[in-house]
Design a protein around this ligand. Sequence first.
Ligand code: UN1
Length: 493
Amino acid sequence: MKKVLNYINGEWCEGSSGKYIPVTNPANGQVLAEVTQSTNEDVDRAVTAAKSAQKEWSLVPAPERAEVLYKVANLLKERKEEIAQILTSEMGKVIDEGRGEVQEAIDMAYYMAGEGRRLFGDTIPSELRNKFAMSIRVPVGVVGIITPWNFPIAIASWKSLPALVSGNAVVWKPATETPMVAQEFVKIYEEAGLPKGLINLVNGSGSVVGSAMVEHPQINLISFTGSNEVGKAINGRAGELLKKTSLEMGGKNAVTVLEDADLDLAVEGILWGAFGTAGQRCTATSRVIVHNEIKVELEKKLISRIKELKMGDGLDETVKVGPVINSAALERIDEYVKIGQKEGAKLLTGGQIIKENGLEKGNYYAPTIFTDVTPEMRIAKEEIFGPVVSIITVNSLEEAVEVNNSVEFGLSSAIYTANVNNVFAAMRDLDTGIVYINAGTTGAEIHLPFGGTKGTGNGHRDSGVAALDVYTEWKAVYVDFSGKLQRAQIDNY
Ligand code: UN1
């Protein structure tokens, strides 16, 4: 059986619990490998290695640090197909999306390598004569990153690459479901020549490894993507310890379709956003807010097109909807569908676990659409993280915006309309970190900030230049070349 190991201080090693847990293919239940399980002790070793490596790394000029990132980018590009195959096998998303996700990491690697020659600060005029002022970025120190299974390489790239180019060292706990892709990514860092101790992979559960990272006094920042409950717990404890956090949590994203929209385009966007990745994106379309006048027509089009979505193993190039991650997820999704029915929503299509036609051994849920959903229903408010979408009817743009903004999350939103006035009003009023006009709720590009408002995050952003604000501290530097004491705010007034 293939073993997935930890990587600490440049060595591949077993976790000190001595235990392993299986890595399973969600498409067919096949055990692909087993992954080592770690304890506090492993976290401590990783942090110690990171701490000592970071000291030297912070002195390496950023353009030289970036040389490693260019190599990482090139290696990812060379191995794109191989990594995508592993990703699809252990996570389940269809292979085209697997390739897309690896591409996201490649893009991020080149982009952050470029930052090695920027990492801009500012020069700012001093209020005093013969005095120079500037702000510069300095690394935070040792960064703990905790990443989810739904984008196992893209999200790890959003976090590790800006951390490293800015001069930090990383301790990484990947999701227990997707350690194989994590191992491939770390192998690439190793091969690219990243000095030992700068990236450390510690496999294990959130309750053991994740908690040990949050508690560790020498981890200065925790960057987390995952569920709301875990994010809150991390933030609570990290707050007490005065530790920096960057949190990216749930979504309850909506596509609004106004009466003047191109309906066929909207249908494409909804199907892709709701059922791509089997609905397991933070950015997935979970609600459709439709103008009353076109509701029936939109529903008809959705039902007819949904039949074209072939379900199955994501490695089959003709499949459009893969499995969900595990049986617990399958049950949770089914539970939400039952809740929706009890709440009085009308099931238009789907609503069941699929256990036939060769899909018996995987975790398949039929693409599901509810209609006549009201904003107060639980299925309209809570994140389901599966292929389930709820249609809510409104009578105006204003009402649509109100419904869009009524949930506790604020990651992504989309609006289909041909009216330029509606477009600009929506851009202003939709309360989400990402807004799409005439495109669905997924598909963020790495050079823009990724993140959301309200329960989705804590004000920070992954990717884009904004990510650098997470992984660096600002240092203000004043150089007084007057040769005398100059008192700011006093001697100049
Ligand atoms: C996520 O689901 O957390 O915008 C990440 C998108 C992808 C990233 C999703 N580029 O859908």
